[in-house]
Write a protein that binds this ligand. Structure first.
Ligand code: GRF
Length: 192
């Protein structure tokens, strides 16, 4: 099975998933990393791990449809079966959703449906909750709204800061995402 990762930023989750695949933690290759941001650090990190890394910049296309058609062409060229969003800061449109129905997942740093959208960690801190967490879910046309696959809870201490919570969230993400991908790869391989 061949996986693509979409990421806009630093790519710590992307690196973690690539390393898990390369360590044979699941039977799939990460064959392609796509970023919508010029020079996103994730591109260099993926390339250093031997993964094809492409930037596909929305501004270069006349419409979202044309942008997503270019992505679908790349995915087909690489015979990608499944897409993992890892800090991809863009809603998926009908072109991509139609081409990869039920085959796109995302990781989000909150216990959805709480705190969807931008800065979920800041939202949780501002709300003064005693726990937050991480969610992996299927992607639909909404903002962090698709069916939930797995969640892990993170308790907040009274002294919690953005920095300390970010660290906790990252630690949970880096173990939860590969574990969920392992499960999905097994399910998909059984189905195909
Ligand atoms: C992660 O917190 C992920 O949950 C969110 O964006 C962040 C990406 O971080 N969707 P990184 O680029 O993988 O370090």
């Amino acid at each position: 099975m061949r996986l693509a990762i979409f990421a806009s930023g630093t790519g710590s989750n992307a690196v973690c998933l690539i390393e898990a695949a390369q360590a044979n933690q699941f039977e799939a290759n990460v064959a392609l990393v796509i970023s919508d941001k010029q020079g996103a650090p994730v591109l260099e990190k993926a390339a250093a791990l031997g993964v094809r890394a492409e930037q596909v910049l929305p501004a270069a296309f006349e419409s979202k449809k044309a942008y997503e058609q270019a992505i679908v062409a790349l995915l087909q060229q690489e015979q990608i079966d499944f897409i993992l969003l890892a800090g991809y800061m863009r809603l998926i449109g009908p072109t991509l959703l139609g081409a990869y129905e039920g085959k796109i997942v995302n990781i989000h740093p909150s216990l959805l449906p709480h705190f969807p959208g931008l800065d979920a960690i800041g939202q949780a801190l501002d709300a003064g909750v005693s726990e937050t967490g991480v969610t992996v879910h299927y992607v639909d046309d909404g903002m962090d709204t698709g069916p939930i696959i797995a969640q892990e809870t993170i308790p907040l201490t009274l002294q919690e800061t953005r920095e300390s919570l970010t660290k906790k969230v990252q630690t949970v993400e880096h173990s939860l995402y590969p574990a969920v991908v392992k499960q999905l790869v097994c399910e998909q391989s059984g189905r195909n």
